[in-house]
Design a protein around this ligand. Structure first.
Ligand SMILES: Cc1cc2nc3c(=O)[nH]c(=O)nc-3n(C[C@H](O)[C@H](O)[C@H](O)COP(=O)(O)O)c2cc1C
Length: 660
């Protein structure tokens, strides 16, 4: 029993089952399922989380009606895949955890470009994001679906699942019935609160009647969905009150924020949000029925926050989503007082992006998601222990150092300064970036623990590397800003138009408010650029972002882009899309000429105080050829091979170092 987190690690009864502790894995789409069947990667993913100590795992949505026939969903609407369902449950049960299947239908909701063909819904009204208008469900179709969901729940029970969770938030079908914004029906499934909750109430009754006990039934209800006319906190409370009339039929509730709308970003708060932003609402909502097991959820990142949520009257269970993608052994490590060993979620939402892009779940801070022994990684030692010299102390260098040392190699890291983290460290100091420090803090801690030697404070030349007599050299020396095409060498040398990376440290060191306009010329479109824009907005009277693309944050996933737009508009940042810098001559009059990339029309920005640019980067690989010429085995890793994302960097460094 954990002395630090006694409540978190105390067992609790739920739906006739006993959870070994209070941590549940929240439902996470992995896109690891193929053709409706589990894959090794899916089984690895669930097994590692169960072995990592969670009490229960809520699966990703399962296709429980034939209508939900999606290749990336496990199939439970008939017996054809029964053995496969049983295999998934067995993997989790054998590791001491329970498996809860998620019941969900997206209804008219869709995150990607295009319409959701085949969508069914409450009313013929467009989805707020994709403008999909669903086919309206008739009463008999609804009754048939309820029957199918209940049958499939029983099938899951027989296959070894401990229960189901009905996903009634996020703007999906059940939420669409609950919300007066999307449900304008006049029959028994619409109208007042009773009508709008009827589908959910009937479904709960049908599943309980079909599955009996022991069987957990959980509800993920809408909190504030952020849609005008939709479900706000007052209505969320009324819905919970109404559902509580049949609290003898279900076992817990937890919550979802945001919907398929401009509020989607509330679903996955990042480090721009306050920590655990929803706990006070969850505490209030709990008062609807204080005896109902309540699940805390949403941007809860460390064991202390979990314990507090359980002891201050907020909740009885804690659902972790993203933190368990990053570290499946979070529960075990917390219960063994090994919090420093937890690889913490940095709330970057790359996981969400990876499933929307269809790549399968990935994580910036865990290159091993879905690998076999993810919860307790003990790789085979390399047959031959090599001396690996790594140049660079950014996240590529550190991930490679830690990984190579873990495989039994002797590792020396050379760095030109005493700081770790490279460009990620700069990002970590910018608004919304603070969690990123966990990436390099973890890598450094593990590398030190494994005996990696760090020689810092001097820019390495080829002879320094050669003097160490390495077997392999990994160059992780990062990238530098390219000169944008609109800036000639004279301007570059003048230093009057710095890159955002040169400017950001200066902005961080200041707290004054400068009159005039700051212009950020954006040819980057990744998150860090807008973190600098936020800083500019705090230091300058006006800020304008000029980009030749049709919108800013083009390379950021929708869920984070919404947050960026929200902040840029809140801060009054002006956006000038479809424009590029035309001429710098007008700067003599503190003006900047920009030209429309499609029709050539010129826009003059006045009152210029500073111009900065976020441009493409080019590898810093000066040591590569000299070391090759000296006959060394040299590999480029991370941005020094090609400037890319944090995800690509950690994954590549891990892959290269694992193969040495
Ligand atoms: C990649 C990803 C996929 C998700 N898929 C689902 C889902 O299918 N059903 C669901 O109810 N919630 C889903 N969620 C939301 C999580 O269950 C959870 O509510 C949310 O991540 C907030 O918790 P966290 O801050 O601990 O991550 C998903 C979240 C992520 C990051």
């Amino acid at each position: 029993m954990s002395l630090k987190y006694p409540t978190l690690f105390s067992p609790v009864a739920l739906g006739g089952h006993t959870l070994r502790n209070r941590i549940l894995h929240a439902s996470i789409v992995t896109k690891y399922v193929q053709n409706g069947r589990s894959t090794d990667k899916l089984l690895n993913y669930y097994r590692s989380r169960a072995l990592g100590g969670v009490a229960a795992i809520v699966t990703e949505p399962i296709a429980m009606t034939a209508h939900n026939r999606i290749p990336t969903r496990l199939r439970a609407w008939d017996d054809q895949n029964f053995d496969d369902l049983a295999r998934v449950a067995a993997v989790v049960n054998e590791a001491g955890a329970l498996l809860i299947g998620q019941v969900q239908d997206s209804g008219r909701g869709r995150h990607s470009v295009g319409r959701n063909d085949g969508a069914v819904g409450a009313s013929a009204l467009p989805d707020d994001l994709s403008w999909t208008v669903p086919a309206v469900l008739t009463q008999s179709q609804i009754q048939q679906m309820i029957d199918d969901w209940a049958d499939a729940s029983l099938r899951l029970k027989k296959a070894g699942f401990a229960g189901v969770e009905i996903s009634a938030g996020h703007g999906h079908l059940f939420h669409q019935f609950l919300s007066p914004w999307s449900n304008r029906r006049t029959d028994v499934y619409g109208g007042d609160l009773d009508g709008r909750t009827k589908l959910l109430r009937d479904l709960v009754s049908a599943i309980r009647e079909r599955c009996g006990y022991p069987f957990i039934i959980g509800l993920k209800l809408p909190g504030d969905d952020g849609v005008p006319g939709g479900v706000d906190l007052t209505l969320a409370r009324e819905i919970a009150d109404r559902m509580a009339h049949q609290s003898d039929q279900f076992d817990y509730w937890t919550w979802a924020w945001g919907a398929h709308a401009r509020s989607l970003y509330k679903h996955l708060p990042d480090a721009h949000a306050e920590r655990h932003p929803y706990l006070h609402h969850i505490r209030e909502l709990r008062q609807a029925q204080s005896s109902m097991a309540s699940g805390a959820i949403g941007y809860i990142t460390d064991p202390n926050e979990c314990e507090t949520a359980l002891t201050d009257g907020t909740a009885d269970l804690v659902f972790l989503g993203r933190p368990l993608i990053t570290d499946p052994a979070f529960p075990n490590k917390a219960s063994e007082d090994r919090e420093a060993d937890i690889r913490y979620c940095v709330s970057c939402n790359t996981c969400w992006r990876s499933i929307i892009d269809g790549a399968g779940l990935e994580c910036d801070n865990n290159p091993r998601v879905g690998a076999k022994d993810e919860h307790d990684w003990r790789p085979m030692k390399a047959l031959e222990s090599k001396h690996v010299v790594i140049v660079g102390t950014g996240v590529a260098g550190l991930e490679a150092a830690y990984t190579a040392a873990k495989h039994g190699h002797k590792v020396t890291v050379l760095g030109d300064h005493e700081r770790f983290g490279g460009k990620t460290k700069l990002h970590a100091h910018l608004p919304g970036g603070e969690n990123l420090s966990s990436v390099y803090d973890y890598q450094f801690t593990m590398a030190k623990r494994l005996g990696v030697v760090f020689a810092l404070g001097r820019q390495a030349v080829a002879d320094d590397v050669a003097a160490l007599e390495p077997d392999v050299v990994l160059l992780a020396t990062g990238a530098k800003a390219l000169l944008p095409s609109w800036m000639d060498a004279d301007w570059a040398e003048s230093g009057l138009i710095p890159s955002i990376r040169e400017l950001a440290p200066q902005l961080l060191a200041r707290s004054d408010n400068t009159p005039g306009r700051a212009v950020l010329v954006d040819q980057d479109h990744t998150e860090m650029t807008y973190a600098v824009a936020e800083l500019l907005a705090k230091r300058f009277e006006k800020v304008t972002i000029v980009t030749s693309r049709e919108r800013i944050a083009h390379d950021v996933s929708l869920i984070n882009r919404q947050g960026i737009y929200q902040r840029m508009h809140d801060l009054g940042v002006e956006l000038l899309p479809n424009h590029e810098v035309h001429d710098l001559k007008a700067l003599e009059n503190a003006e900047l000429e920009c030209v429309n990339v499609y029709n050539g029309a010129v826009t003059r920005l006045d009152d210029i105080a500073i111009i900065t640019h976020a441009s493409s980067r080019t590898p810093r690989d000066e040591l590569y050829q000299p070391l090759l010429d000296m006959g060394f085995d040299v590999r480029l890793v991370g941005d020094s091979r090609a400037p890319r994302s944090l995800l690509a960097t950690t994954r590549e460094a891990y892959t290269v170092a694992s193969a040495l």
